[in-house]
Design a protein around this ligand. Structure first.
Ligand SMILES: [Ca+2]
Ligand SMILES: [Ca+2]
Ligand SMILES: [Ca+2]
Ligand SMILES: [Ca+2]
Length: 250
């Protein structure tokens, strides 16, 4: 079987001379962007400049690739409605739909190293609401007793659905000291009754953090040294301020 003298090399019933994909069977001859190259053999079927493989709407021209809910389907072809996928959560069932009952998602789902400072975030399916949160370590590697620093506080959920701690200096932080898997659960309570479902003001969500590196749980001296360094910095700051004051007074 050679294609040289065959007038329908891909056997799709369309003679090569008029087949818009002579080497790919495409009896429908669909050519979305009407450039004379059929979709089946067009590396950019919708002609928007984004190759099919990385185009979030391969058959709809959307050069801006906008994807407001981050679900991988571009706004131009997203047919399942707005449901925000936060923190690159691979589970689409955990997306946040602003039209349903109050829900939150704990983040970030990360791989960390022992000693890393993981800044914890909470997202809600509401914009412009305030909530009180409480973080707990709900499972940890055996022997680990790590807890969340600044576990409780109030947060305001923005138009981006992230609920930012109202006291930025008291953001919840998790510093794992054991390698292994931790589950962190956030409990959230709306400060005023919800407009969509007023009786549901509470929601919870759990995130898994996978930790690598050596066990530093017995490294207590290190923490102490850091604390002292912090005090030292403050003292230096005070001294600098005082010397400025003294100079001004002269
Ligand atoms: Ca063909
Ligand atoms: Ca085409
Ligand atoms: Ca496209
Ligand atoms: Ca989308």
């Amino acid at each position: 079987m050679t294609s040289g003298c065959d007038d329908d090399a891909d056997k799709d019933g369309i003679p090569d001379a008029v087949d818009n994909c002579p080497l790919a069977a495409n009896p429908s001859q669909i050519d979305t962007d009407k450039d004379g190259i059929g979709d089946n053999c067009d590396s950019d079927a919708d002609g928007d400049g984004i190759p099919n493989g990385i185009d979030n709407c391969p058959l709809t021209a959307n050069p801006d690739q906008a994807d407001a809910d981050h679900d991988g389907m571009g706004d131009a072809c997203d047919t399942d409605g707005f449901c925000l996928v936060v923190a690159k959560n691979p589970d689409p069932a955990q997306c946040l739909n602003p039209k349903t009952v109050f829900e939150v998602v704990a983040a970030p789902r990360v791989k960390a190293n022992t000693g890393d400072k993981v800044l914890l975030s909470v997202y809600a399916n509401r914009q412009a609401v305030s909530l009180n949160y409480k973080w707990n370590v709900t499972s940890a590697p055996s022997g680990a007793s790590d807890t969340v620093n600044n576990p409780t506080g109030a947060a305001t959920c923005t138009s981006g659905y992230e609920c930012a701690a109202q006291n930025e200096d008291k953001r919840p932080i998790f510093v794992p000291r054991h390698p292994g898997q931790y589950s962190l659960t956030v409990s959230a309570d709306l400060q005023v009754p919800d407009t969509i479902e007023p009786q549901v003001m509470h929601a919870e969500s759990t995130v898994t953090i996978t930790v690598e590196g050596k066990d530093i749980s017995s490294d207590g001296g290190c923490q102490f040294a850091q604390g002292r360094a912090g005090v030292g910095m403050i003292l230096i700051g005070l001294g600098f301020g005082l010397s400025l004051l003294l100079r001004r007074r002269r």
